[in-house]
Design a protein around this ligand. Structure first.
Ligand code: IPM
Ligand code: MG
Length: 352
């Protein structure tokens, strides 16, 4: 197959981790006889430096004309402590989500036996945990209008808004995931307080009869935050609105001890985007020490979801398992010698 892949490396460790995933994709292309055409484009703080815009129009056009987007990370500390900055790198990410119609963020949470000692939870609680957080990504309080400040600058407001249609399309996707998995769906909301959550619950309830084989339960977000810690193994597919999903997916990602290994996919109307869930880790930028495996596993999701190449995706996952078993890993997860980011990438490409 011929496929066009847009590479948006972004900020911090983005460029060095994405480079390793590209090495692996190139090796897959060779082995399985595919032609992947990679084109780089700026996004985030590095795009602001170059163009003044964190999601330049050329980058957008490239994404629209590609079969998939491989994304690194965005964010730069110089913006974090400056609430008055006029343009922020994160705006690039939000613009990309909105313009590409990426209404669903899919974050699988799974354990790796060799990393369980890194979990903040007891081994018996997390061992075997395996669930997916599906977060609505283009609605809710992240995008709702009106937002802003009163004239006297002393009051600020955001709007949490959802339409039935937005809820339906993400819920449909979540039901479909549950059908492919263990047929359990947990809907997380705050229906005891928020009107938007009540519409959410009502809409899901309308859809339940269409998915008779799925066991659906509803959970308030505060309770869900607690249960992820207490019984992570009870979840299969979790679906929730944008901001709850932001918070819960970060929480879920650390309990397995594998933050540096967890991939994600954002899918929707146009080209899908694949990225590691960890951020830009600016302290490590340029040092060749960051863990590239989450990005490599994001490339596996790209192969599977965007290009329908299941065998190739399985080959990448297997390769990552082998690098873990062989101890060819970076300093964050090693129990012996630490390999450099680039050495892990080279090993993966050579050992496919
Ligand atoms: C994420 C991030 C972003 C979000 C930030 C960087 C805007 O935390 O992808 O989860 O809040 O969505
Ligand atoms: Mg987040």
């Amino acid at each position: 197959m011929d496929a066009k892949i847009a590479v948006l490396a972004g900020d911090g460790i983005g460029p060095e981790i994405v480079e390793q995933a590209v090495k692996v994709l190139e090796a897959i292309g060779k082995k399985f006889n595919h032609h992947f055409h990679f084109t780089n484009a700026p996004v985030g703080a590095s795009a602001i430096d170059k163009t003044g815009n964190p999601f330049p129009d050329d980058t957008y056009q490239l994404c629209m004309n590609s079969d998939a987007v491989l994304f690194g990370a965005i964010g730069d500390p110089k913006y974090d402590n400056d609430p008055k900055a006029k343009v922020r790198p994160e705006q690039g990410l939000l613009a990309m989500r909105k313009k590409l119609g990426l209404y669903a963020n899919i974050r699988p949470v799974s354990t790796f036996p060799s990393l369980l000692h890194k979990s903040p939870l007891r081994r018996d609680l997390v061992e075997g945990a395996d669930f997916v957080v599906i977060r609505e990504l283009t609605g809710g309080i992240y995008f709702g209008e009106p937002r802003g400040r009163s004239e006297d600058q002393d009051t600020a407001y955001d709007t949490l808004i959802y339409t039935r249609e937005e809820i339906r399309r993400i819920t449909k996707l979540a039901f479909e995931y549950a059908e492919k998995r263990n047929k359990r769906l947990t809907v997380v909301d705050k229906a005891n307080v928020l009107a938007s959550s009540r519409l959410w619950r009502e809409t899901v309830q309308e859809m339940v009869p269409d998915y008779k084989d799925i066991e659906v339960d509803y959970m308030f977000v505060d309770n869900a935050a607690m249960q992820i810690i207490q019984w992570p193994k009870k979840f299969d597919v979790m679906v929730t609105e944008n901001m709850f999903g932001d918070i819960l997916s970060d929480e879920a990602s650390v309990i397995t001890g594998s933050l540096g290994l967890l991939p994600s996919a954002s899918v929707g109307i146009h080209t899908s985007v694949f990225e590691p869930i960890h951020g830009s880790y600016p302290q490590a930028a340029g040092k060749d020490i960051a863990n590239p495996l989450a990005t490599v596993l994001s490339a596996a999701m790209l192969l599977e979801l965007a290009l329908d190449l299941t065998d190739e995706a399985a080959a990448v996952r297997h390769l990552v398992d082998r690098s873990l078993e062989a101890g060819v890993v970076t300093e964050d997860i090693t129990q012996g010698k630490a390999y450099k980011t680039s050495e892990v990438g080279d090993w993966l490409a050579a050992n496919l």
